[in-house]
Each structure stands twice: as structure tokens, then as C-alpha cells.
Design a binder for this molecule. Structure first.
Ligand code: B16
Ligand code: MG
Length: 213
């Protein structure tokens, strides 16, 4: 019986991956590093600094730590600029209805995101009040696939992992949810991953009676 649902943010509630892509691309281009949409796909759910490391691996140069921190900061400034375009119209299909179903059934809802921008994103899309707990990149040491962020969210809701459902759009996040001992509903490009407990193209196609059982 599911008592709490922990939602990943980027790719589950709102699609910010195009903004991450544009911002990383700007940085990669400046360094002469190739960076495609497929490369961006692999950064989903991965923290900012780990994402940067993955991109810089393609460069023959080595970069001092302070240069890397400045690069990550530059990417984030550009990303935050792009985020200004976000509004409640960007909430992904089925999210509001799914949240309403949870409320009507007395099931708790939290965020489990690798992002350090989770709160401003939730504010921009008008969902800041919809979750009783926000576990995000500002509060964890290990990013997905480590289960830390989901265990933190479950702890904030005092709900044992076996009663939690994670909703994720990234392979790293699916693995993190499973490692936390939770059921995982995979959506978006992750929906076909065989390791996920359930798969749906988006939340409007997920059957609440199945995934909340
Ligand atoms: P930030 P999620 C993740 O969010 C994104 O999927 C990932 O692409 C990004 O690198 C990471 O957040 C860190 O984001 O730079 O905003 O701290 O999918 O876990 O909600
Ligand atoms: Mg995601």
C-alpha cells in the first residue's frame, strides 16, 4: 500500500531538460567539446558538478578545480536566465490530476530532485505549496543513483521506504529509487526501462489504481 509519492522534478513535473541542454551546449561550445542531445540525455538526474565532469572528460585538457567551479557557475547563470521563461503552463500532462488523486486518497507527496534549483522551479510553475517535503540537491551529498535523496524525502514524511512510490524520468533516478527499497514508476524516456516497477509515457497515462496499490 503506497502512503507517499516522491516525485523527481525535472522531466516528471516540468520539462527543463531543453534548458539544461542549451546551457551545457553554450559551455561545451566555448571549450570546443562536442555535446549532443544524446549526451544531454545521460546527464538527467546527475548533479551539476558530475555533469560537468562528464562533459569535460571529452576534452584533452585538464582543468583546475576553481576553473571547473567557475564553469558550473556560468552554466547555472545561463540556465537560470532560461528558467525565467517557465510558467504553470509548463507543468507536464497529468501532473495536476495525479496530485489531486493523491490528495483525495490522503497520500503524501514530496520532491526528490538532484537539482539545486528545485525551489525556484516549483515557484515558477506554481507548485511550491503542493508538496509537504522538498529533498533536493541543496540537501544531499550523493546524487542519484545513490538513494540518499529519496531516503531523505521519505524520512521527512516519516514514511517507510516500502510504502513509497518514486516517479522518475532518468535511469540514474530509477536505480536510486530501487536502491532506496521503493517502487518506481518510470515516465518519459525511462518508461521502457525493464528494471522500473511500472512504466507510463507520462503521468496522465499512469493508472492510479495500479501504481498506488
Ligand atoms: P541543477 P532532477 C536534475 O534534476 C536534472 O535532471 C539534471 O539534468 C541536472 O544536472 C541536476 O538536476 C542538477 O541540476 O544544476 O539545477 O542543480 O531530474 O533530479 O529533478
Ligand atoms: Mg529528472
Amino acid at each position: 500500500m503506497i502512503r507517499a509519492v516522491i516525485f523527481d522534478l525535472d522531466g516528471v513535473l516540468v520539462s527543463t531538460d531543453k534548458f539544461h541542454y542549451q546551457a551545457w551546449q553554450m559551455l561545451a561550445r566555448a571549450e570546443g567539446i562536442p555535446f549532443s542531445r544524446e549526451d544531454n540525455e545521460r546527464l538527467k538526474g546527475v548533479s551539476r558538478m558530475e555533469s560537468l565532469e562528464l562533459i569535460l572528460k571529452r576534452s584533452p585538457k585538464t582543468f583546475p578545480e576553481e576553473t571547473k567551479l567557475a564553469m558550473a557557475e556560468r552554466k547555472n547563470t545561463h540556465y537560470r536566465e532560461l528558467l525565467k521563461k517557465l510558467s504553470p503552463a509548463d507543468i507536464l500532462p497529468g501532473v495536476r490530476e495525479f496530485l489531486a488523486t493523491l490528495r483525495s486518497r490522503g497520500i503524501r507527496a514530496a520532491i526528490g530532485s538532484s537539482s539545486k534549483n528545485a525551489v525556484p522551479i516549483l515557484e515558477a510553475i506554481g507548485l511550491a505549496q503542493a508538496f509537504e517535503a522538498v529533498a533536493d540537491g541543496t540537501r544531499i551529498r550523493k546524487s542519484k543513483p545513490d538513494p540518499e535523496v529519496f531516503l531523505l524525502a521519505a524520512g521527512m514524511m516519516t514514511t517507510p521506504p516500502e510504502h513509497c512510490l518514486v516517479v522518475e524520468d532518468a535511469e540514474a533516478g530509477v536505480e536510486a529509487g530501487l536502491a532506496a527499497g521503493m517502487k518506481v514508476l518510470a515516465v518519459g524516456s525511462a518508461s521502457t526501462l525493464p528494471r522500473a516497477t511500472y512504466g507510463a509515457r507520462n503521468l496522465s497515462e499512469a493508472d492510479p489504481n495500479l501504481v498506488l496499490a
